[in-house]
Design a protein around this ligand. Structure first.
Ligand code: HEM
Length: 184
């Protein structure tokens, strides 16, 4: 199991960092929590599927900050051709989903944190592995088997943190969310 807890905690941290930098988005999440949960109750698991704006925040966080930006390397057992390139048998293949998630041909303003892009219904950007513009959990036989648990945990933790507390940076500060790892 590749870092099931680490990936989950990382997504909570990135989502909170984006929301702290964007108070107007945090306010929308909190308004939804106030409507769905109510301010005199605590967040329960049954509330989570009704939190559509928070779900869009989760997806936008997975898009901009995929926990495994190159997925897990694969080694094909047969030679094949993909996108016009020959991939010999046993080649170590990395899939750069970080770049796919920021492709300007696929996404409007790809560097911007805009949860609204995921709000259209029925949403064409789910993470079932069938949409090759959005693969935060991978695809096909090696897709993350922990998706149902991951979405429940990340959503529940975020909902609880944002329902119970207001979060802000010290006056005049902005978080630097640029990523400098892996030469991506
Ligand atoms: C938000 C949280 C999570 C994210 C973003 C995430 C993402 C991923 C990704 C990208 C892969 C590689 C898929 C590929 O290479 O095609 C993976 C594999 C895997 N994940 Fe997750 N994961 C998360 C949470 C979890 C949880 C909670 C569990 C278990 C309870 C889990 C169990 C696994 C396992 C066992 C694999 C290896 C699957 C295989 O190689 O066949 N993950 N995950």
């Amino acid at each position: 199991m590749i870092g099931a807890t680490d990936t989950t905690a990382t997504m909570v941290e990135w989502a909170m960092a984006e929301l702290i930098n964007k108070p107007e988005v945090m306010k929308k999440v909190q308004e939804e929590l106030s409507d769905i949960v109510g301010l005199d109750k605590v967040v329960e698991e049954s509330h989570v599927p009704k939190l559509h704006y928070l779900e869009a925040v989760f997806k936008e966080t997975l898009r901009l900050h995929p926990a495994l930006p190159l997925l897990i390397p694969k080694r094909p057992s047969q030679s094949s051709i993909a996108g016009g390139y020959t991939i010999p048998k046993d080649t170590k293949v990395f899939s750069n989903v970080w770049a796919m998630h920021r492709d300007p041909e696929a996404w409007d303003e790809p560097s911007e944190f805009k949860p609204e892009r995921f709000l259209s219904y029925p949403c064409k950007f789910d993470y079932s592995g069938n949409n090759f513009q959005f693969l935060p959990f991978g695809s096909a036989r090696r897709i993350c088997p922990g998706i149902p648990l991951a979405e429940k945990m990340v959503m529940h933790v975020l909902a609880s943190l944002l329902h119970s507390f207001d979060w802000k940076l010290p006056e005049g500060e902005v978080l630097d969310l640029s990523e400098r790892s892996l030469g991506l």
